[in-house]
Structures are given as structure tokens and as C-alpha cells.
Design a protein around this ligand. Structure first.
Ligand code: FAD
Length: 461
């Protein structure tokens, strides 16, 4: 047996683990990253990147009607799903190679294999023991397989299975509440599937601004996607004409017939990590950490999907946590800012939310003021026919501090970065209202929403 001693060992080479390892090495540490499957993790190989790639294609299809309105000839709109998948897989392969060479260039040692905590200060992998001063756990989450009767049927799939399908299913039911199901639903519908979305919640995106969520819901329904809220799956049974899915709805129970049922619900994967060897409990729903990403075990940090409910499973949160954990592990001081948590839905139009909703701000004890600016009144929004777009700014009434920004519209995932900066820098409504955003851009609506909150909008009657 050989034994190596590292300043920092990172277990899991996904969205959180890779930046954690690079940051620790930048700070002078001897660092190893252990990955049991593919570098880049879920995000790069089977989630954000492949589905982001599909969404770009889906957005192009969705923009054809605007092109037609502008007089462009868009007659040949056939699509070739296998070409899409081929480009996607080549891109992912290219990115994976990029990550591997980046880690090596930054001085991080890559260990391939499934790691397990053997005892305090030691991880076992491939029959060897790797000793560490600090450990960063970054093993992500796994699919939470549904448990209704019939869920074992081959027709019930997760997002990995969908990526392996050679063509979109003719009829599909998507179940759950994660933002990705709306993105996947829209892509599939545009690529020819007939899509039914089912959620137990009263409305889609139940934790986000009602205005934004209802506009997304309308947009998806207008495209022909059937949305069933307040509904549960009772069971599923395969018959000659397809999978019969029995639903308990708020009205009468009903059965829908589809070819596939997709669920993307996930849970933190704490099993088989050897947590018991450092006095942590693998039976918890997720690993608890403080804002420095420290677990209750001394010298052991945890980041990403492993550390929270699935409403907090986002790549950027995993990466931010990774950098914070690495800095603390290397003796620096860093902490997560809970205010800047950003949520995005990559549909067309996109939804993007940062910071507190009105409801959360009131619950946190603020006297709240909300300003909004519809993109249908923004000149660039008019060019883009942004009929459903809107920007909402939530602020504290007494000092005007911006607490949250919520939007739906083209490019919202990019525009939210500006809002994020305002929240991070503790900007006020006055600061935002006086920003000279370039014209014509949708960002101008951020300033207008702030002015509306101050009772002095320029372009809203
Ligand atoms: C369909 C879908 C679409 C999504 N789209 C987006 C999006 O657009 N934007 C976004 O922000 N988020 C998105 N997410 C969520 C995002 O993918 C995750 O939040 C993110 O990947 C979490 O990063 P992580 O580092 O915690 O875990 P992961 O990226 O899952 O990485 C964990 C790594 O640890 C490895 N591992 C696990 N156990 C061991 C072990 N014992 N030894 C060695 N290695 C191990 C795994 O193989 C894996 O590579 C999406 C998720 C899904 C399901």
C-alpha cells in the first residue's frame, strides 16, 4: 500500500469539486481530486451543458415565428435530432478534455476511482490510501427514483436516460418541480413530442414570484404543453397503447396515456462515502454545512448538491461553495452570501430570480416595496415582441436596499447578473434608477422597475 499526503483532497470532480481543487492549488496547496465517473460531473456531462445545448436549438425554433413576422423566409424548418445529439456529445467531450488539462496545468493531481473515507484524515481509492490535511466532499446528488406502483417500468426514466434516447418520445409526461423540467418540456415539444407537465404544487415555480411563474405557465400552454398542477401520480401501467398513468388531481382522478414518464427529482448522495468514519450521519437528507462550508467534522468541508435540498441544486452555487471551501481549507477567510442565491429557468422566454421574493422579504421582517417594468413597454422588448416579459425589483422601503430581482424575458439569465451585482454591492433603488443602461436593451427595464418602486417611472403610464 502506498500513502500520499495532500493538503487538500477533493472527493468528486463535478461543478463544485473542480473549482475547489483549482483554487486550493492556486493558494499553494498540494491537491488531489478523486473522480469515480467523468470529470465535469453531472452539470457538464449530463445536465447544464447538454440541456443548455438543446435549449439553444429549441430557442432557434421558437424564434422562427418572429423571423416570419419580420419577413424572413423560414419555410424549411425540419430538424434532425441525431445531428443535435452528435454536436452536443462532441462539445461535451471537448469540454471534458479541457477540464482535465486545466486541472493538470494548475497542478492538481487527478485520481480516477470511487473514493471512500476510511478513517479520520484518510480516503481509500483503488485499494490505496490517500491521506489529507483537509477534505472537501463534492459528490453531488443522485436520482430520486419515484416510488409509485409501476415506477420500475422501463418507460419511467431520468434525464440521463433521455439523453441516451435517439429520438424524442412521441408522448411524454414530465413530473416534478425542478426548473429543468420546464426547459426539457419546451425543447421536447418543439422537437415534436406531445408534452404533459405534472406537479404536486398549486402552481409551477411555486417558490418564485407569482407574476413571473404565471407568465411562464401561459407561455408554455400557448405552445401546446398541457400543465396539470395540484396533481399526484397514483400509479403507472404499461398497456398495448402506451403507459397508462393514473393521476390524482384536485378534481376527478384521470388517466393519461404516454410513451415515457420523466422525473428529474434528485437527492444528496451521502451513501457509501464512509461518513460514519468521521462521525457524520449518512442517513440525513443532506450534509449540513455553515456559511464557510464546514461540516461538523473538523477539517472536512462539503459543497454543492450534497449540502442542500434540491431547490438549492445549482451549478453556480456548487462552484461558489467550492471556492469558499478551498479558501478556508487553505487558511483564508471566506463565507457564502445567502442573499445572492440565483435561480434560472432556461426556457424561452427565460426566467431568472436573484435574492428574496416579496413574500420572503416580508417574512424576514422588511417593510417591502416592489417596482415592476413590463418588457412590452421597453423599446427593445417591442422589437423582440416580448409580450410576457417583466422585471420586478423587491426593495426595503426605508433605505431602498435591493433585496431581490425577478424577471422573465429574453436573455434574463444574462441580465440577472446585473441584478446580482446590485444585491452583492448592497445597491439601493436610487443607485439602480440612475444607471445609464445602453439603449435599446432590455436592461433598461431594470432602471425603470427601480424608478417604478420609487413612484417615478419615466415610460410607464
Ligand atoms: C437535467 C438537469 C439540468 C440541470 N441544469 C442546470 C443548469 O442549467 N444550471 C445549473 O446551475 N444547474 C443545473 N442542474 C443542476 C446541476 O447539474 C447541479 O447542481 C451540479 O452539477 C451540482 O454540482 P456538484 O459538484 O455538487 O455535483 P456533480 O456535478 O454531480 O458532481 C459530483 C461528482 O462526484 C463524483 N462522485 C460521486 N461520488 C463519488 C465517490 N465516492 N468517489 C469519487 N467521485 C464521486 C460523481 O461522479 C460526479 O462527477 C441541472 C440538473 C439536472 C438534473
Amino acid at each position: 500500500l502506498t500513502e500520499e499526503i495532500y493538503d487538500v483532497v477533493v472527493l468528486g470532480g463535478g461543478a463544485g469539486g473542480v473549482p475547489a481543487a483549482i483554487r486550493a492549488a492556486q493558494l499553494g496547496g498540494r491537491v488531489a481530486i478523486i473522480e469515480g465517473r467523468e470529470l465535469g460531473g453531472l452539470c457538464m456531462n449530463r445536465a447544464c451543458i447538454p440541456f443548455g445545448h438543446m435549449s439553444v436549438a429549441s430557442d432557434i425554433l421558437g424564434s422562427l415565428s418572429l423571423g416570419k413576422e419580420m419577413g424572413l423566409d423560414c419555410k424549411d424548418t425540419s430538424n434532425n435530432y441525431s445531428t443535435l445529439l452528435k454536436r452536443q456529445n462532441e462539445l461535451i467531450e471537448f469540454m471534458r478534455m479541457g477540464i482535465m488539462s486545466m486541472l493538470k496545468k494548475k497542478g492538481v493531481e487527478i485520481i480516477e476511482g470511487q473514493g471512500k473515507i476510511a478513517e479520520k484524515g484518510k480516503v481509500s481509492v483503488n485499494g490505496n490510501t490517500v491521506a489529507f490535511k483537509k477534505l472537501i466532499l463534492a459528490t453531488g446528488a443522485t436520482w430520486a427514483k419515484p416510488d409509485f406502483p409501476g415506477a420500475d417500468s422501463g418507460e419511467v426514466m431520468n434525464s440521463d436516460d433521455l439523453l441516451k434516447s435517439e429520438k424524442p418520445p412521441e408522448r411524454i409526461l414530465l413530473f416534478g418541480k425542478r426548473p429543468w423540467i420546464f426547459q426539457i418540456a419546451q425543447c421536447l415539444q418543439r422537437f415534436g413530442s406531445r408534452v404533459i407537465l405534472v406537479t404536486e404544487d398549486k402552481r409551477i415555480l411555486s417558490e418564485e414570484s407569482k407574476t413571473v411563474a404565471s407568465r411562464l405557465s401561459k407561455g408554455l400552454k400557448d405552445e401546446g404543453i398541457v400543465i396539470k398542477t395540484h396533481s399526484e401520480i397514483l400509479d403507472a401501467a404499461k398497456k398495448n397503447d402506451g403507459l397508462h398513468v393514473k393521476l390524482k388531481t384536485k378534481d376527478d382522478p384521470e388517466t393519461v396515456i404516454v410513451d415515457r414518464l420523466l422525473s428529474v427529482e434528485r437527492q444528496a448522495s451521502l451513501k457509501d462515502l464512509g461518513l460514519e468514519n468521521i462521525d457524520l450521519d449518512e442517513k440525513e437528507a443532506y450534509l449540513k454545512v455553515n456559511d464557510r462550508m464546514e461540516t461538523e467534522a473538523p477539517g472536512v468541508y462539503a459543497i454543492g448538491d450534497l449540502t442542500g435540498r434540491q431547490s438549492r441544486h445549482y451549478s453556480h452555487l456548487a462552484s461558489e461553495g467550492g471556492i469558499i471551501a478551498a479558501e478556508n481549507a487553505m487558511g483564508h477567510e471566506a463565507a457564502l452570501n445567502p442573499r445572492t442565491f440565483t435561480r434560472v429557468v432556461f426556457t424561452q422566454p427565460q426566467v431568472a430570480c436573484a435574492g428574496l421574493t416579496r413574500k420572503e422579504a416580508i417574512k424576514a421582517g422588511y417593510e417591502v416595496v416592489v417596482g415592476s417594468a413590463p418588457l412590452s413597454m421597453n423599446p427593445f422588448g417591442m422589437i423582440l415582441a416580448e409580450n410576457e416579459g417583466i422585471v420586478e425589483v423587491v426593495a426595503d422601503k426605508s433605505y431602498g436596499e435591493i433585496l431581490g430581482v425577478h424577471m422573465i424575458g429574453t436573455g434574463a439569465s444574462e441580465m440577472i447578473g446585473q441584478a446580482l451585482m446590485a444585491i452583492q454591492l448592497e445597491a439601493t433603488l436610487d443607485d439602480l434608477a440612475s444607471m445609464s443602461f445602453p439603449h435599446p436593451t432590455l436592461s433598461e427595464s431594470l432602471a425603470e422597475a427601480a424608478r417604478e418602486a420609487l413612484g417615478r417611472p419615466i415610460y410607464i403610464p
